[in-house]
Design a protein around this ligand. Structure first.
Ligand SMILES: [Mg+2]
Ligand SMILES: [Zn+2]
Length: 214
């Protein structure tokens, strides 16, 4: 089963800014390169889940209904471009709520997998793509392979001080695609070509890419 988990803000849509939320439909801007990436992942047969913290709801900054409208809009937009999302899971609790679904907790990963009849074990070896420390830690906690994308909050340099480092760093979701798809590339003679691509797209390999497994 090919499964990939994506954070939302800063990964599939433009990062709203530190401490800010996307509170209106018109402020949600799908990144065109990410839209393309989601289409390609869909075509490659991946179940794509969005796992997002939206504490702004719990804080009363925007309503659950607004969040629903925003979700409806991007699910539709992604669909129109040939992509398909298997599910969108939000934690709307405040950070002090002590819930089990706010990343770096993995409650929503568990819920997503449950929706396709899998346990959390299925997260092992799947990719988690995010733009913040809590994404990388959530992915790590679920035993995913983690990819930090630089299209959102975190800078490459910040990640150096994190207790858990991302397995990979990529410019954005589209640049991360060879990492996600690469494991399924059986032809070892394509490794060089693949690595040239990584280099060209400023993808730094933090761990070795295995080309034949998963
Ligand atoms: Mg984010
Ligand atoms: Zn929660």
């Amino acid at each position: 089963m090919k499964i990939v988990f994506l954070d939302r803000d800063g990964v599939i849509n433009a990062f709203p800014g530190d401490g800010k939320y996307v509170t209106r439909v018109k402020d949600f801007h799908l990144l065109s390169r990410s839209q393309e990436a989601i289409k390609l992942l869909t075509e490659a047969g991946f179940a794509i889940f969005v796992i997002s913290n939206q504490a702004g709801v719990g804080k009363g900054v925007y309503s659950r209904e607004k969040l629903k409208q925003i979700t409806r809009k991007f699910v539709q937009e992604i669909k129109a471009s040939g992509g398909r999302l298997a599910g969108v899971y939000y934690c709307t609790h405040r950070s002090t709520a002590g819930c089990d679904c706010r990343k770096p907790e993995i409650g929503n990963i568990r819920k997503a997998l449950d929706s396709i009849g899998k346990t959390v074990r299925a997260a092992k070896g799947a990719f988690f793509v995010g733009d913040t420390k809590s994404d990388i830690f959530a992915g790590y906690n679920a035993k995913c392979k983690t990819i930090l994308v630089l299209s959102g909050r975190a800078q490459r340099s910040e990640a150096r001080s994190w207790g858990i480092k991302p397995d990979f760093i990529a410019k954005d979701l589209l640049a991360a695609l060879p990492i996600i798809l690469g494991d399924r590339e059986p032809a070892l003679n394509r490794v060089r070509e693949h690595e040239r691509y990584l280099k060209k797209n400023h993808i730094r390999m933090r761990t070795r890419v295995r080309y034949n497994t998963v």
